[in-house]
Design a protein around this ligand. Structure first.
Ligand SMILES: [Zn+2]
Length: 252
C-alpha cells in the first residue's frame, strides 16, 4: 500500500444546468456532471471519501432519489455502485478503515449504509443541519441516506485525521462542509474540495455555485482553498468536474 495514492471511484452522472455550479453562467446549458468518491491508500488502511449515489436507483429511481429522478436524471450502471468500484481495486467494503464525508447531500451519501463497520467523519455543524435543514436547501438532504446507526465521529473545524490527511472546514455550500487535504511525506499533494468547489472554474472565475446555502461563506472557502493549494502545492480535485478527474488519473 503506497501512502498518498488516491483512487477515483466513478459513480455515474447527473444531468444538470451548468449555471447550478456556476451562478449566472451558461444558463440553460445542460452538462453531464460526474459524481465520484475517492479512496486514499493510507498506511493505517484505505480511507473512503464520500459515498456517491444510492445504487437502489438502478431498479427504483423514484424511491432512491425522490423527485430528482425526473429532474436531474441520475445515470449510473452496476459498475458505478461504490461496492463494485472498490472490488475493481481488490478492496472489500470491510477493508475500508474510515469514511470521511465532505457533507451529507444526497449525491455524496448514497452508499453510506454499506459502511457501518468503521468511523465516519463529519463536521458537527453538518450533522446537526442535515436533520433540520433550511427549507430552501432541504431537498438536497435525504434522511434515509444518513439517519441510521453509523459510527459518526463529529468534529468541529480543521483537524488532522491521520498523519498526512487533514480536513479543512469549508462552509458555504452547506454549514458544515469540509474538504480533505492529502499531504504525504513523499508524492503529490491534493485537496479534495468536495462541493466547496464543484468546478475548477469556481476558483478561476471567482463565481460560486447557485445551490449553496450561503454564498458569502462559499466564496471565502473558495479563496481559502485557492490559497492553500498554492501554499502547499496541492492540486485541487473538484467534485463534479470531469477535467480534474483526468488530472488525477494522469498524475498517478
Ligand atoms: Zn455534490
Amino acid at each position: 500500500m503506497v501512502f498518498g495514492k488516491v483512487h477515483i471511484l466513478r459513480g455515474g452522472f447527473i444531468d444538470i444546468d451548468r449555471s447550478i455550479f456556476l451562478t449566472g453562467t451558461d444558463i440553460g446549458k445542460k452538462i453531464k456532471a460526474p459524481v465520484c468518491s475517492f479512496v486514499i491508500m493510507h498506511k493505517e488502511g484505505p480511507i473512503l471519501v464520500d459515498a456517491g449515489l444510492n445504487p437502489d436507483g438502478l431498479t427504483d429511481p423514484e424511491h432512491a432519489w425522490g423527485p430528482r429522478a425526473r429532474l436531474i436524471k441520475p445515470e449510473l450502471t452496476e459498475a458505478d455502485d461504490v461496492r463494485n468500484r472498490l472490488k475493481e481495486l481488490e478492496l472489500d467494503v470491510s477493508d475500508i478503515k474510515m469514511v470521511i464525508l465532505t457533507h451529507l447531500h444526497w449525491d455524496h451519501t448514497g452508499g453510506l449504509r454499506f459502511f457501518t463497520h468503521c468511523p465516519v467523519i463529519v463536521q458537527k455543524a453538518e450533522y446537526r443541519f442535515a436533520f433540520n435543514p433550511d427549507s430552501f436547501v432541504s431537498s438536497q438532504y435525504m434522511r434515509n441516506h444518513f439517519d441510521f446507526p453509523v459510527n459518526y465521529q463529529l468534529i468541529e473545524g480543521d483537524r488532522i485525521i491521520v498523519p498526512g490527511i487533514s480536513v479543512i472546514k469549508t462552509s458555504g455550500h452547506t454549514p458544515g462542509h469540509q474538504s480533505i487535504l492529502i499531504k504525504p511525506d513523499n508524492g503529490n499533494s491534493y485537496i479534495l474540495s468536495g462541493d466547496a468547489m464543484c468546478l475548477k472554474d469556481n476558483l478561476t472565475l471567482k463565481i460560486p455555485s447557485s445551490n449553496n446555502w450561503n454564498n458569502r461563506q462559499a466564496m471565502e472557502s473558495i479563496h481559502r482553498l485557492g490559497h492553500l493549494s498554492e501554499l502547499l502545492k496541492a492540486e485541487i480535485i473538484s467534485s463534479h468536474d470531469t477535467s480534474t478527474w483526468e488530472c488525477l488519473i494522469e498524475s498517478l
